[in-house]
Design a protein around this ligand. Structure first.
Ligand code: GLU
Length: 292
């Protein structure tokens, strides 16, 4: 536990309306932050224009509001914070941690799918921009997840030389997330377990950039009846901001928190805090009965 005041965040990507899986993450991160007496922020991760659905950032924010999940500061938009990622990119490149890469998907696939040798295997092509990758060390990154327990990952084996800036000039999620968590003073990250395997990369980037490592807690993913992750790509239904109580009760129940009978979302959430402790959160999405 750090001595600094707890500051958590929910960081949705505006790729569609808020669906039940994201609501669970938002509620889980809100509960853990409030339980710690801390702040809860919202950051819109809109750095991938090709995947963005117009209007979904505004829709996600108004839906959070309808569910009583009001951030302590105005939401920030990652796309308006390009300069921070650009400065971090320059630092990493100037320190020799990055290399330009012109590999096509086919070349990469022929190479086992991942770069692990700290250099591009294709011929340099000055006529088109490269992606920029980070040289992954042959090092095991260890950390403790507050729900999933001790974690260890060999960066080179699992992530390889991962992308920091894409061919199109877009920042990778890994870089922008680390830079913004650092700049916003986030002390604890609570998010879905689909990002558990991003954590080692992010911790390594924090070390290279001299940023503190926050605490991490990865919530189990909500699965559909077929055991698939519930996400926008599997067309999960958006939650209804006009009728928040049923979905909010279901989200609390799914997290392992007994929902009360309160008649407003704000009251339901504050009741849920009574007797709540992060250790009571549902631990695994693989246990029976966790499908919707
Ligand atoms: N923007 C990411 C997503 O919607 C979450 C990033 C994070 O919480 O670190 O999946």
């Amino acid at each position: 536990m750090t001595t600094s005041r707890y500051r958590g965040r929910f960081a949705p990507s505006p790729t569609g309306a808020l669906h039940f899986g994201s609501l669970v993450t938002a509620v889980g991160s809100w509960l853990v932050a409030r339980h710690a007496g801390g702040e809860w922020l919202v950051r819109v991760e809109d750095i991938d224009p090709p995947r963005e659905v117009p209007g979904s950032a505004a829709s996600i924010l108004s839906t959070l509001d309808a569910f009583g999940l009001t951030p302590d500061q105005p939401p920030v938009y990652q796309s308006r914070r390009n300069d921070l990622s650009a400065a971090a990119f320059d630092r990493l490149r100037d320190a020799g941690h990055l290399f330009p890469c012109w590999c096509s998907r086919a070349e990469l696939a022929a190479h086992g799918g991942l770069h692990r040798d700290g250099r591009c295997i294709a011929a340099a092509d000055p006529s088109r921009p490269p992606a920029w990758r980070l040289r992954s060390p042959d090092r095991v990154v260890t950390w403790h997840d507050d729900l999933q327990g001790p974690q260890a990952e060999n960066l080179r084996e699992v992530a390889g030389d991962f992308v920091i800036r894409r061919v199109e000039g877009l920042w990778s999620y890994q870089l922008a997330c680390v830079v913004d968590d650092g700049d916003q003073g986030i002390t604890h990250v609570v998010r879905g377990a689909d990002l558990l395997y991003s954590t080692a990369r992010q911790i390594y980037l924090q070390q290279l950039l001299g940023l503190p490592t926050p605490g991490y807690l990865h919530l189990p993913l909500v699965m559909d009846a077929q055991g698939r992750k519930l996400s926008k790509s599997t067309a999960a239904l958006p939650v209804d901001p006009a009728d928040p109580l049923p979905a909010l009760r279901k989200a609390l129940d799914w997290l392992g928190v007994k929902p009360g009978a309160a008649a407003t979302p704000a009251r339901l959430l504050s009741d849920a805090l009574d007797g709540f402790a992060p250790a009571t959160l549902r631990r695994s999405s693989l246990t029976p009965g966790t499908t919707l």
